[in-house]
Write a protein that binds this ligand. Structure first.
Ligand code: BTN
Length: 260
């Protein structure tokens, strides 16, 4: 992979493992050992892969991409959640370039095809005195699975299932890292998503559609208008008012199911 990778810092240092507990946990260990910004941790399988909201992420051997990037951004801690959206954009671009498949983003950061989930992203951060020590962005992509366990509930799909043939993982990782580095630099210069927002919204599966916002206090439904420059989802209410939904706080669903 190093041979085909055209980046300056993303994935310039790669730590590769056969089996690991979680690449996110390993990226934190690498940080503690002094690994540089952009270090990539990648594993063939994970015994304790972590998903969002404390869920487990099933990571069988050899069929997926299980990887984490260690980042040390000079940004305010509250901007770190936007990196997850940057990463989702990089995954869709990488998939388009390496596999020729058009995918979409389910706000804030799932990559979907045909309304089913191809990729999940888990960003974790550590701060000290209002400064970021590190951000770890973990990416799990269903690449070559031919079936999924029942607990995926019919919601998951792999690139192989979408395309009808297997996909070479190394090329895909290289294209994602290149896209990530380019998008990250646009984000870092603006310290928000103003330079990426239009491109993000063009990929948004929910755009112009009714969504259910699963706010535990007060769930509501409205039309998704796209993100603002902070990565929040703007939702038009039936009375014409606009509500701002902050990423990381609530989940959003389509009115018929997971994405649509
Ligand atoms: C989600 O729930 O949608 C997020 C899933 C993130 C999974 C990836 S796999 C690589 C990295 N290591 C982990 O333990 N989790 C992330």
């Amino acid at each position: 992979m190093e041979r085909q990778l055209k980046t300056r810092w993303a994935g310039r240092v790669i730590r590769q493992f056969e089996d690991i507990d979680s690449t996110n946990l390993e990226a934190v260990r690498q940080f503690k050992e002094g690994a540089p910004h952009g270090t990539l941790v990648i594993a063939e399988s994970q015994a304790a892969g972590k998903g969002r909201l404390g869920r487990a992420w099933i990571s069988p051997e050899g069929t997926g991409i299980w990887m984490s990037l260690l980042l040390k951004p000079a940004l305010a801690p509250w901007s770190a959640s936007m990196l997850t959206l940057v990463c989702a954009m990089a995954v869709t671009k990488g998939i388009r370039e390496a596999a020729g498949l058009e995918t979409q983003i389910k706000w804030p950061n799932d990559v979907v095809w045909n309304g089913r989930k191809l990729c999940g992203i888990l960003t974790e951060m550590s701060t000290r005195e209002q400064e970021i020590r590190y951000v770890v962005t973990g990416v799990g992509i269903n690449v070559n699975m031919t079936e999924f366990p029942e607990q995926a509930g019919g919601q998951a799909v792999s690139l192989r299932q979408a395309l009808g043939h297997p996909v070479e993982r190394e090329t895909l990782i290289a294209r994602i890292l290149e896209a990530f580095e380019a998008y990250y630099e646009v984000f870092e210069a603006a310290e928000d998503l103003s330079g990426l927002r239009d491109a993000y919204n063009r990929q948004l599966v929910n755009l112009g559609r009714q969504v259910k916002v699963l706010d535990p206090m007060e769930p509501f439904q409205g039309e998704a208008l796209g993100i603002d420059s902070q990565g929040n989802l703007l939702v038009k209410m039936p009375d014409g008012g606009i509500r701002t939904v902050r990423s990381g706080e609530v989940s959003v669903r389509g009115i018929y199911g997971y994405a649509l």
